[in-house]
Design a protein around this ligand. Structure first.
Ligand code: FHN
Length: 615
């Protein structure tokens, strides 16, 4: 029997083998198991925070990936029977109401002889992309690999007869790019899935297929096993099409655990289950399967602390190739989007839609090459960075990495002065990231002590010039004691400024040499038990050296103090300055800043203690 079987036979063959009584029992057991499986699936792969952080690390540091939407839909390329079909190209089967048997004719024409996996991988790599997510199977059901589970694939249903995913897998290994697969849960070709819904293959979740569970068990899961075991290890499994009625959260959880049981360190997006909130893509409150959120064609308005998310976006208006869609985003727009997303702590998955010949459109290649040129000089400000500490910046965005702030200047200051809402003393030095010798830029401050960076008159890079601020080290975080108190010792403080410094020995264990009133002291501490606290300052001051006024600031509250003589630089006394309220658990900064220094020095500061007031 030739393998050129018709659709129903393609899958029926799989089905027919079940008629025997053993099969019946097996099917019944299958129906029973799922319920409990889902329950057990919930805890099939316990993982603590550290293990999860290790699994997610490469992905979080990568920040930039290539999405590839490719398949049979690139043959009609947006036109059907001479008519241009509106909307995204990969939906032509649904949008033009093309019957399965007719659509299969396009598969017979899908022969991408110009496909070159190395070339594609190089294009991604040179653009600065760290991973590739390709559509192993999109909604139209066509599979880009040699599947032994079904015949609607590149080997059996098209004249190409080369395993595209195999060639990509080999190339990604060669060029150290992570290969990831997009996989559609919705399937407009499979008789047990949405094929019977013709012409409304995607009825937005109205209709149900009584055999859908069989599609999941005998087709989708076995194909996922093929993809993970024969083409892996994979970076991410990027599910989609989960909005159909026949797909449920428990099935999503089960599939999540099934996939991770095949490759424990794989990462799975939040479209494996029903947790996604529409195109905004964030995961709903509550327990939903999936490792990261997936905003589509949009960027969250603000950073999302502690949330793993990735915006996927087209370079024109379609994911799959459309011969007449030339509405390409500009290079400036694409770089600004990459930076905007990184500044909010997210990843950018930028799409290409290759032609039916296997060519990535020139307009995409050009833009990726130019993005690569920018990344070649500035990728330090993208890879491994975290979200900006600033709400909004009028001239651009900011990304951070240990002790460094990367200021991404989109709108260059005409007066050559870049204003940064940051205390001048928090910054050691500033330089242009892409400048060959990283010459230091002049630092100043405005009347409020906020930083002003003097920059060249003309923007070195008109799209986005990155200025690096090397920050003073951040203080180590002090934890709250069991009794709820917080003791901030001088040894844990960080001094901002020139003269004051920590000194120890000879009765000293304090911040001393405080002869510059611009110098100030900072601590960082963590609170789990909130409440009202007495703020107590332990200090010493030699006779006649007192009188300096200072401010203790924490959590948006300020307490004023005046240093009195204590009789010697090591005669420490503790003084209650006042009370402060800490209403929310979290990590806080506390600073002690002089306002005046009438004598030669401010004080020797030993510690600040926050003592909880018992109700
Ligand atoms: O329907 C798909 C669409 O074709 C494309 O794959 C995008 C990419 O994220 N996802 C779905 C629409 O949300």
């Amino acid at each position: 029997m030739s393998n050129k079987t018709t659709t129903s036979q393609t899958y029926a063959r799989v089905h027919k083998c079940r008629i025997s009584p053993a099969i019946v029992i097996m099917v019944l057991s299958f129906l029973v198991i799922p319920a409990c499986a889902q329950i057990t699936a919930k805890s099939a792969l316990p993982e603590n925070k550290q293990q999860r952080d290790e699994r997610m690390q490469w992905w979080r540091e990568a920040r930039f990936g290539m999405f590839i939407h490719w398949g049979v839909n690139s043959v009609p390329a947006g036109t059907y029977k001479g008519k241009r079909i509106p909307g995204i190209g990969e939906w032509i089967m649904e949008r033009a109401d093309i019957p399965v048997a007719e659509y299969e004719q396009f598969a017979k024409q899908f022969n991408p002889v110009k496909f070159n996996a190395d070339q594609w991988v190089q294009i991604a790599r040179n653009a600065g992309m760290k991973y590739i997510v390709i559509t192993s199977k999109h909604h139209d059901g066509f599979c880009l690999w040699d599947s032994k589970v079904g015949n609607y694939d590149i080997m059996d249903a098209s004249p190409f007869k080369r395993d595209i995913l195999k060639e990509l897998s080999d190339s990604c290994k060669k060029h150290t790019i992570r290969l990831c697969f997009y996989h559609s849960i919705m399937d407009w070709h499979h008789p047990d899935a949405q094929a019977p819904f013709y012409p409304n293959y995607d009825d937005r979740g109205e209709r149900s297929n009584p055999n859908f569970a069989r599609y999941v068990k005998t087709y989708m899961k076995p194909q996922l096993r093929e993809l993970i075991t024969n083409y892996g290890p994979l970076g991410v499994l990027w599910f989609d099409g989960e909005w159909i009625k026949d797909w449920t959260e428990p099935q999503g959880r089960d599939l999540y655990n099934y996939v991770r049981s095949l490759q424990p360190d794989i990462i799975v997006n939040n479209r494996v289950g029903k947790g996604r909130k529409g195109m905004q893509g964030l995961t709903k409150e509550g327990y939903f399967a999936g490792d990261f959120s997936t905003p589509e064609q949009e960027i969250p308005p603000t950073g999302l602390a502690g949330v793993d998310w990735e915006t996927c976006m087209t370079m024109n208006d379609t994911w799959g190739f459309k011969s007449y869609d030339h509405n390409w985003k500009s290079l400036e727009d694409l770089i600004h989007k990459l930076v905007d997303i990184a500044s909010k702590g997210g990843n950018f998955l930028l799409n290409v839609g290759p032609t039916a010949e296997g060519i990535i459109p020139e307009a995409s290649v050009e833009r990726l090459e130019d993005m690569g040129k920018w990344m070649a000089k500035n990728s330090e400000s993208i890879y491994g960075t975290t979200a900006s500490p600033f709400e909004k910046l009028p001239w651009g965005r900011c990304t951070t990495k240990s002790g460094k702030l990367y200021l991404h200047v989109f709108d260059w200051p005409k007066d050559g002065e870049l204003k940064v809402p940051l205390p001048r003393n928090d910054v050691i030095k500033a330089y242009l990231l892409a400048h060959k010798d990283r010459a230091e830029l002049l630092l100043g401050s405005d009347d409020n002590g906020n930083l002003i960076v003097t920059v060249p008159r003309r923007a070195p890079d008109k799209v986005n010039t990155v200025i690096v601020l090397e920050k003073e080290a951040e203080p180590a975080v002090t934890s709250q004691a069991k009794d709820g108190s917080v003791t901030l010792k001088a040894s844990n403080a960080v001094v901002r400024g020139t003269n004051a410094r920590y000194e120890s020995g000879g009765g000293k264990d304090n911040i001393g040499f405080w002869t510059n009133p611009d110098d100030y002291v900072i601590w960082r501490f963590n609170v789990t038990k909130t409440g009202t606290f007495n703020a107590e300052v332990t200090f010493a001051c030699a006779a006649g050296a007192g009188g300096s006024r200072y401010v203790l600031a924490v959590g948006g509250q300020e307490l004023a103090g005046t240093v009195k003589d204590t009789g010697g630089w090591t005669s420490f006394v503790t003084e209650k300055l006042g009370t402060v309220k800490i209403t929310r658990p979290g990590t806080y900064n506390l600073s002690v800043k002089p306002k005046t220094m009438p004598r030669s020095a401010v004080m020797n500061l030993k510690s600040v203690t926050l003592v909880p007031i018992r109700k």
